[in-house]
Design a protein around this ligand. Sequence first.
Ligand SMILES: C[S@@+](CC[C@H](N)C(=O)[O-])C[C@H]1O[C@@H](n2cnc3c(N)ncnc32)[C@H](O)[C@@H]1O
Length: 252
Amino acid sequence: MTSNFYDKVAKKFGGYAFGKGHVKHLTEYPDGDPEKIFKKKLLGLANKNKIALDAGCGDGKFAFQIAKYFLSITGIDTSKELLKIAGHKRSVLRVKNVIFKLQNAAKTSFPAKSFDVIYSRRGPTPFAEFHRLLKSGGYFIGIDIGEKDCQGIKEIFGRGQDFGQWNTSRLVKDKQELKRVGFEIVFSQDYIYDEYYASHDDLDLFLQGVPIFEDFDSEKDKQSLREYVVNFQTEKGIRFPRHRVVIAAEKP
Ligand SMILES: C[S@@+](CC[C@H](N)C(=O)[O-])C[C@H]1O[C@@H](n2cnc3c(N)ncnc32)[C@H](O)[C@@H]1O
């Protein structure tokens, strides 16, 4: 993931996760909505004495949503453009207990044991740095993209985020790395589900704002996208299989 991609998206759409709110689609979750499960678990760890770190906070939308449950939240990101939007929203919304900093999550300037909770919503996951930054008894909780996410469209395009890693379990890999750096896993689950896009144009617009193909180009990728639409058209819309992993871990 490059910050250039996110700077580009921020300039084009005025924020991140544009697709979800503006593109016509429906979602079917056989095992529950992983975003909701992640949020519920995160809020279960929150109270008004706790200090949280939002790793890869993007435009800050999520941090503002949950700010009232924490003493404070520090959002860090490597995209200057997204942080600019976050700062602007902060002054409009007048949320005092959220601050934003331009920092690389893998090598922050915060002292050790600065945070009670660190969360990452499809953001960076340098677990060794998170371990350093957490107090003892603190928690990491993350929702991330699983290895089977959008496999069909990536196969047709012949590229994309984590292309070809279909058989390397993200959940297993992350759990191993968390344990290696000293965490104890308290929750871990794969979520495989389907989104259905109403039309070719809706899917095109969605792909412009997400990093599935950082170099997605509506013109250059027209043929491949058409092929995908034909192959994945169903009565409910154009099927778009997703995969998320949710993990929570404690620093003993
Ligand atoms: C998929 S977006 C998610 C944004 C936000 N968490 C959300 O839920 O809308 C990933 C974010 O992580 C940021 N990011 C990627 N690598 C980073 C790093 N090493 N340190 C800090 N932020 C990073 C990107 O700039 C981007 O804003």
